[in-house]
Structures are given as C-alpha cells and as structure tokens.
Design a protein around this ligand. Sequence first.
Ligand code: HEM
Length: 378
Amino acid sequence: MRSRVLAQPPAGSGLKPIHGTYLPTPREVLWALRAPEKAIARRRELFGDISFMYSPLEGKLVNPAGPDGCAAVALNKDKAFASEPGWGLMIGRFFRRGLLLMDFDEHRYHRLILQQAFTADQLRGYLAQMQPMVRQRIAELPVGDGIRIHHELKKLTLDIALESFLGLKISRAEADRVNKAFIDCVQACLALIRYDVPGTRWSRGLAGRRELEEFLRRHLPAKRAARTPDLFSTLCHLNSEEGHGLTDDEIIDHLIFVLMAAHDTSTITLATMTYYLARHPEWQERARAQSRELPATITYDTLPDHTLLDRIMKESLRLNPPVPGLVRQAIEDTEIDGYFIPKGTRVTAMPLANHYNPDLWTAPETFDPDRFSDERAE
Ligand code: HEM
C-alpha cells in the first residue's frame, strides 16, 4: 500500500502532514464492511492515530482514531469543524434542519429550545407513558428460533415513538405507513444511487420524507391547540429565551430528526444487548435476578438501580456503537493533535477505534460488562 500525504503543512507552522492512501485495497473494503474496527486498527498500525483515505462519496477523508483526536473533533474548541456539511452529505436530504445538521449560534439557539423537552420532569413523563406499552409488547415478542429480533425491536421502538413522542393514537395501517416511511428515509441515507430514479432506495426515501412531513403537518393544529405530555406537543409550546417559539416547519424538521436519532440508535442498542445476552446466558441470569429483586415498575429515580443492565448496555455500545463516527468538515485551516488539516477537508472521527484499543481496555474483543463496575471502571 503506497503511503501518500494529504497536504503539506504551511512552512514554519510546525505541524505534521497526515499520511494515508488514495483508493482502499479490495481487502480494506471487505474489512471496512465486515469488521470496521479491524480496518481501522490496520490503518493505525500503518499510519498512526490519524490518517486519510479516499472515499468515493466524500473524496479525501481524514480519520482521527485515537482518544485525543476524537476528543478534539467532538469538543471543537476552535470552532474549526462544522457538522452540517459533514453529516449533511450522508443524511441531509432526509433529515435536513435536524439539530445535528445545525452549527454554532443556530445550533445553540435550537438546542436551548429543545433542551426544555428533555428536562428530568419531561423524562419522567415519557418513561411513565412508555412503560405500559413496553411491558405489553415485550410480553408479546415471539419466542423460538429464526426470530429477526432487530426487526421486532424496530417495530417496538417506532411504535413507542409514535405513541409517547407524538402522543398519537392512530390506526395500525397508518402506523405501519409512517414506520415504513422512517425506515425508507434511514435506508436511503446509505444509497449508492443518489438520484430520484423510480424503484431505488433514494426515491423511496424521498417519498418517505414527503409522507412524514404530510403526516406531522396534518396533526400539528391539534398539537398546537392543546398541551399534552408528549414531545410533539412540548415542541409546539416551547419558547427561546427571547420568547420565540418554533415555526411549523422547524417543529416538523426537528421531530423527523429526533425520532430517527432516538429509535434507530435504541433499536441497534437493544438488538446488540439481546445478541450478547443470548451468547452469554450467565449474564441473562445475573441481570434477571437483579431485576426481580427491584420493584416491577421502573421509575426515572429507580433506573440507576439496574446496575447490571446498565453495564450490559455500556458493553454492548462499546462493542457495537450505533453511531461509530462523528462526521464533520473543516471550515478553516486547522490542526488535530499537531497534524495539519486544510480547510474543506472532510473529517470523520472514529470513537469505534478507541472501543477496541488494547491500550484502553482489557481484552477489548471480549464481552465483559463488569469492566464498567465501580471497582474496575475501565
Ligand atoms: C443508545 C442510544 C443512542 C446513541 C448511541 C446515540 C448516539 C449519538 C451520537 C454519537 C450523537 C453525536 C453525533 C455527532 O456529534 O456527530 C448523537 C446526537 C444526537 N442524538 Fe443521540 N444517541 C442515542 C439515543 C438518542 C435518543 C433516545 C435521542 C432522542 C430522544 C437522541 C437524540 C439526539 C440528538 C437530538 C442529537 C443531536 C445533538 C446535537 O447536535 O446537539 N439520541 N447521538
């Protein structure tokens, strides 16, 4: 593999150039698809904690993979990285004007408004609302071989989103249509053909986005008229510090993004937890024993008592993070960890790489939730 330089740092800057490759080898592509953590580990061996590669969709793409590089991108202290041009390329067509697709002052403005929908009291309300449904639907989950658990959990999280986040009682047929529209939007984000060609994922995604917008717009007047404890109604009645509320379009854009961000990540997390619990029945037993000792009704304040489920969740997120990378674009010449990043460079920080770093974790390939116990606190 021939090493190249992304760009020469300005003379006298003291910065180092980033090394990497243009087109990935077929072996790298295979690794990236089947075991991205191995592909990243291999690049770290070759180029260190930061490297670049060529992506057909994104052009030259820098990947900070060490803890410091990821932190630099996430904290963005110099405001040199923007999220919208980063994530926008992948998800912008379907999730435009969502919070993750805003930057700087506008991001802060909307985040402060949205935060009012996620106070401890609001979270208490959402939990109380969703609990009976979760209990009933878990009891109804099919048992036996050949169950597509990801598919089952996706139905569950989407239905929770409709009922608890939107506070809507709609027919099964309409709920299925809305759920399909969400799934089509999410799948379209990864489409290879990114034109409105009938029959393609992209085209289904565009139709899905239209369907979601129409659906939410239909219910907006009722939500504006009466205050109910769900997220939809809460967004309709939020105000900024200056007393401005969100417009109809802003509410719809935020809801479509938040519902996607909430249900897709939660589904992947639950499916991964289920997978590891199936592979490790001893952990099923430990978690079940603890849950049986605790009150059957879970409240916001008793959630932290479920320490074993918490460890299992953290370990599942470590091994299979639903969002493995943070996608940004440099909006000015900048640096990460002393390496030169020219303006316009696309940067995807890879926390996933840290999750498998043997310098940070004991036996990182092993499912070992106790690494998150207070005693070990890895
Ligand atoms: C295990 C579940 C979840 C995981 C792993 C997860 C992961 C993430 C990550 C990594 C980001 C940052 C992406 C970036 O900076 O590039 C993010 C942003 C976001 N997530 Fe989640 N998330 C989860 C659940 C949720 C839920 C339940 C909600 C809503 C109820 C939600 C709403 C959001 C929003 C609104 C943002 C954008 C925040 C901002 O830009 O200020 N997420 N999520």
